[in-house]
Design a binder for this molecule. Sequence first.
Ligand code: NAD
Length: 458
Amino acid sequence: MDKEIILEKIKKQRKFLEENSMLNYKNRILALKKLYKNIQIMTPEINEALKKDLNKGEVESYMVEIGMVLNEISYMVKHCKEFSKPKRVSTPLAQFPSSSYKIPCAYGMVLIISPWNYPFMLAIEPLVDAICAGNSAIVKPSEISPNVSNVIQKLIEMTFDEGHVTTVLGGVEECTFLLDQDFDYIFYTGSTRVGEIVMKKAAEHFTPVTLEMGGKSPCIVDETANIPLTAKRIVFGKFLNCGQTCVAPDYIYCDEKVKEKLIYELKRQIILQYTTDPINNTEYPRMINQKQYDAMRSFINDENLIFGGKCSDEKLKIEPTILNATFEDEVMKEEIFGPILPIVTFNDIDEAIKNVNSLNKPLAFYVFSSSKENQNKFINRCPFGGGCINDTIVHIATPNMGFGGLKQSGIGAYHGKIGFDTFTHYKSILDKKTWLDLSMRYQPFNKFKTFLIKLFMR
Ligand code: NAD
């Protein structure tokens, strides 16, 4: 996109913000309701675009893209008024007579940069939170999922005034140009590598950021786990969207004693959920592009293959695949982001915790165990963004908890109230009354004033 057009869009957003129409929470609710309605109208087009870009089936598209967004809008419409009110807080006695409160204020103009793997949800869900908090926004969807990006542009054009919300389509060049501009907040979802670029650029303008990134999310299975159910839930979380999910279990780390039984159940579940021929299963998505497809294929060889492994160059599809692995293998070096599931084993829980913690802090963490003691050991001693006990992925589908990583897997969080707070600056106001002015803080000091100051400030 032409740079002049981008600058014109930024100008329109600044003008829109000056008019302050989004100060009123009622206008935000109207905007969110309009977005909800237009998403419903455009659902067939969104589905078609998701099918073209990722071969996502309609049910999966609703469950993990459209439905998630509609759910977030409903939650924000319901709570926008309450979230937008000033919050009274208590005031220390030393400040008598006064009252204190925090006023939620929008940051202003927000830049939202999104990736290709859940291309609709990851562009629109942060936008919902940003609008609810009263911001304007420029959305930069991924160039790697072009059909969905075009649909997002159409949806935004038919829903919002350009000064309120607009899109910039394009890739690295456009994104770099946007990052050179002075935004009031940047919300980025994508790889850790690009996250670092975003953070450095944001620092030039002292712009606060939320970075939603990825990492190697472990899936621990101990000897007390209910293995058939464990396998069912791991297969669901790992092969959803063909493994191209930031919170997918990256690898299984299981007690050596249950490995064979777990493999047996994983194979059974792969067949039950994806048939014996996933390549020709129209509900099973494909790899996004040749590069990702080649990267996945390079992990599979005759020595490490346990199950699956068949590929289609023509369809860019790879069967759900299970591999034997150790922490030294190539497949254990970086986030996999595809339908490859390595299994590493342990004999001792303390050793397992040490090994998991030797890698970067993951975005998600899953522990399958019937032992409260073991569950607590893993949950309390391993740092990670969020996760589940005895399930995978579903912790992200609630507006009552924040979603985000830490360090290399992310900075900040969103969803529900935490999403509203992410896009909100709270102004702290102390309203001092004028009918009394205690003199103890003013010079010159004396013994009595010193006594009072020490009395109040303990
Ligand atoms: P990516 O980092 O390649 O791209 C993300 C966005 O950044 C795109 O809009 C792209 O145009 C832009 N971009 C790419 N290179 C750039 C550059 N050099 N300078 C400026 N902008 C640039 O990520 P991706 O491949 O689209 O997504 C996959 C990654 O995203 C995985 O690591 C995954 O774990 C992570 N992810 C995280 C979440 C989360 O919610 N935490 C969700 C989905 C994906």
